[in-house]
Design a protein around this ligand. Structure first.
Ligand code: PRP
Ligand code: ZN
Ligand code: MG
Length: 210
């Protein structure tokens, strides 16, 4: 039995489940159960916080997982990547209040920036030669400027509607992301065999989608 970790609720959840279903794998999904065994394939699904998935896979608690590259690279675990999945495309961007004048990245020098992605943001700012104070918060980042916590934010943008709803405008793109399949580097030969069967089906689904 191979254990796969997917996001419990969020941008990746539905498309991750759809991919497993399109692989011809059946399971019962009740929103309250955090673990389910598939009925026609040796796969057990764990429903977890996306931020926890790279760590669980690296530690072997889960064998494989589906997670955004944003979370994976932030946590320095991109070497776990097995396959890009082509869905849940988004970007990590810097945003400032809509009414602010913004001419270049250097406007952020000396500013406070709120984000859940301090490592990705710091690497970007360092590369641009910008010095700013990074405030790490775990969610609702878009609220930060309106409550006086920061002058700018750096967060995931997909449709852009969260930014608009919070009176913000996107000013710089820091990182481009999509969903990827990751795997523990230390799978038993049996589990590696199941993973190869699953990968074969995933690749067939991806070819059919093109
Ligand atoms: C991101 C981000 C925003 C939203 C933006 O959250 O933090 O809340 O998506 O999407 P939009 O541009 O379509 O409005 P995410 O789904 O990554 O969840 P998490 O940060 O809670 O893990
Ligand atoms: Zn998250
Ligand atoms: Mg969010």
């Amino acid at each position: 039995m191979l254990r796969i970790a997917i996001q419990k609720s969020g941008r990746l959840s539905e498309e991750s489940l759809n991919l497993i279903r399109e692989c011809g794998i059946s399971f019962v999904n009740s929103s309250l159960k955090l673990k389910t065994e598939c009925t026609n394939f040796p796969l057990e699904i764990l429903f977890l916080r996306d931020d926890d998935i790279p760590g669980y896979v690296a530690d072997g608690v889960a064998d494989i997982g589906i997670v955004g590259q944003n979370v994976l690279v932030e946590e320095g675990k991109e070497e776990l990547t097995v396959e890009k999945l082509g869905f849940s495309k988004c970007r990590l961007s810097l945003a400032v209040p809509k009414s602010d004048e913004y001419t270049s990245i250097h406007d952020l020098n000396g500013k406070n920036i709120a984000t859940s992605y301090p490592n990705l943001l710091k690497a970007f700012l360092d590369a641009q030669g910008v010095q700013a104070q990074i405030h790490t918060i775990s969610g609702s980042v878009e609220i930060a400027p309106s409550i006086g916590l920061a002058e700018a934010i750096c967060d995931i943008v997909s449709s852009g509607s969260t930014l608009i709803s919070n009176g913000l405008k996107e000013v710089e793109r820091v990182f481009k992301s999509e969903a990827v399949l990751i795997a523990s580097p230390e799978l038993s030969p049996e589990k590696r065999g199941v993973l190869e069967k699953l990968l074969f089906r995933i690749q067939a689904v991806q070819r059919a989608r093109k």
